[in-house]
Ligand binder design. Structure first.
Ligand code: ARG
Length: 458
């Protein structure tokens, strides 16, 4: 690293190891477009305030545009610089001479990097929320396509009550809806403009901070210069929001993994979205949902890592904060690729109606409904619960289901039971009875589906 923007007060050359350890260019070059965009807005403001002349401004702006193009084309070697801010400024001075040194008037790398990271997070939130919406659409399409299918609902991974497959899928729609809302909140707190805070105390120049904010599309300017250069809450929020999103994708992935097992057989994943084994010729593995599940750990790791980095820092900027970037970039990349894969994967799975039907018929899924039946005949729920429990026990001993018991046998447990009980125990009847808002009844699920489609339009 030969090119420095801060050499003045030093007698000795920086040690090579120090350069290697201190530099962030290897990863923060990714911020170059934001860095240049921010510099241009800052520059136009300096001109408007009469701090630099119009002629100087247009020379620097032209040079910055050229530097942007050169960076787009990978034409500037990165190795010579400490970070992206030094690179751009040095490249500028190479182009326009001493004049380039005016760009940093009233600015510090501390507010500059805060700005760049905010611009990055803003875009990342936009990209993530777009893909969340696509994934929600894929869920809705899948739910619609398979609307007739009934499956076992589970608690403790034990068969519990019949549900509509669409209801199960729409549960993930709801999770992703909350995720989107969280990112929208995150955006609000990210979209405030730190430039003008300078190193920590604000600037002696008469900067028009509102103008810079307007130019860069920020809703507001930060209110406290010390907070502005030391705040990474908006990054942490992003990491947290991705962690929750990944947790949701991971749970869905886990279901796809178990559903596609021979044991469940509920789902078939297309060949194009499955993988094989190098030794076992018969294998078809669900690597994609497994990888999504696996990558969730990285997101959690990055969140904990940055929380830990920030926890002991005195105000204001500390170099520790340079550690925010790799965590942030990897988290954004991970979220985006996982969403993209999940969205496509949902279009590549088909449900096996037979297997779902068979699973719904076994395991006493209508037991709660039988208890409710007895309550309607005048029993307290607790009494009904106890009687049905005894019926389940008796049926289990005989290797039967509730609907296999004869009416005589049933009446032996509760004389209130009549012939209509058999219809009452049908899985479809269990659903029909649950057209309560939020329930799994087909009418109400259809309404949820319509509501979801409306929401996706907006
Ligand atoms: N590379 C630094 C970072 O990412 C930029 C800010 C450096 N500021 C400073 N005062 N050394 O945090």
């Amino acid at each position: 690293m030969t090119q420095k923007i801060w050499g003045g007060r030093f007698r000795e050359e920086t040690d090579a190891l120090v350069n290697r350890f201190n530099a962030s260019i290897a990863f923060d070059h990714r911020l170059y477009a934001y860095d240049i965009e921010g510099s241009m807005a800052h520059l136009r403001m300096l001109a408007k305030q009469g701090i630099i002349t119009a002629e100087e401004t247009s020379k620097i702006l032209t040079a910055l545009e050229e530097i942007k193009v050169e960076l787009d084309r990978n034409e500037i070697p990165l190795d010579d610089y400490e970070d992206i801010h030094g690179l751009v400024e040095t490249a500028l001075i190479k182009k326009v001479g001493e004049l380039g040194g005016k760009l940093h008037t009233g600015r510090s790398r501390n507010d500059q990097v805060a700005l760049d990271v905010r611009l990055f997070v803003r875009d990342a939130i936009g990209a993530v929320t777009d893909l969340i919406r696509d994934t929600q659409s894929a869920l809705v399409t899948l739910a619609e396509k398979n609307f007739e299918l009934i499956m076992p609902g589970y608690t403790h991974l034990q068969r519990a009550q019949p549900v509509l497959l669409a209801h199960h899928l729409l549960a993930y729609y709801e999770m992703l809806k909350r995720d989107r809302e969280r990112f929208q909140e995150n955006f609000k707190r990210t979209n405030t403009m730190p430039l003008g805070s300078a190193a920590l105390a604000g600037s002696t120049f008469d900067l028009d901070r509102d103008m810079v904010a307007r130019e860069l599309g920020f809703d507001s300017i930060t209110d406290n210069s010390m907070d502005a250069v030391s705040d990474r809450d908006f990054v942490l929020e992003f990491l947290f929001n991705v962690s929750v999103l990944m947790m949701h994708l991971s749970r869905l992935s886990e279901e796809l993994v178990i559903w596609s097992s021979r044991e469940f057989g509920f789902v078939t994943i297309s060949d194009a979205f499955s993988t094989g084994s190098s030794i076992m010729p018969q294998k078809k593995n669900p690597d994609l949902p497994e990888l999504i599940r696996g990558k969730t750990g990285r997101a959690y790791g990055h969140l904990i890592s940055l929380l830990t980095t920030m926890k002991g820092l005195p105000l204001t900027y500390n170099k520790d904060m340079q550690e925010d970037k790799e965590a942030l970039f990897d988290t954004a990349d991970t979220a985006l690729i996982c969403l993209e894969v999940m969205c496509r994967l949902l279009q590549e799975i088909s449900f096996n109606a037979e297997a779902l039907k068979a699973a719904t018929g076994i395991g006493f899924l209508a037991a709660t409904d039988l208890a409710d039946y007895l309550v309607r005949k005048g029993m307290t729920f607790r009494e009904a619960h106890d009687i049905v429990g005894k019926m389940v026990l008796a049926a289990t001993d005989q290797g039967k289901e509730l609907h296999d018991l004869t009416l005589d046998i049933m009446k032996g447990f509760a004389s209130e039971i009549d012939e209509d009980v058999y219809e009452w125990l049908e899985p479809s009847a269990c659903l029909e009875k649950r057209n309560i808002p939020g329930g799994t009844g087909p009418e109400i699920v259809q309404k949820s589906l319509n509501k979801a489609k409306e929401e996706l339009k907006n």
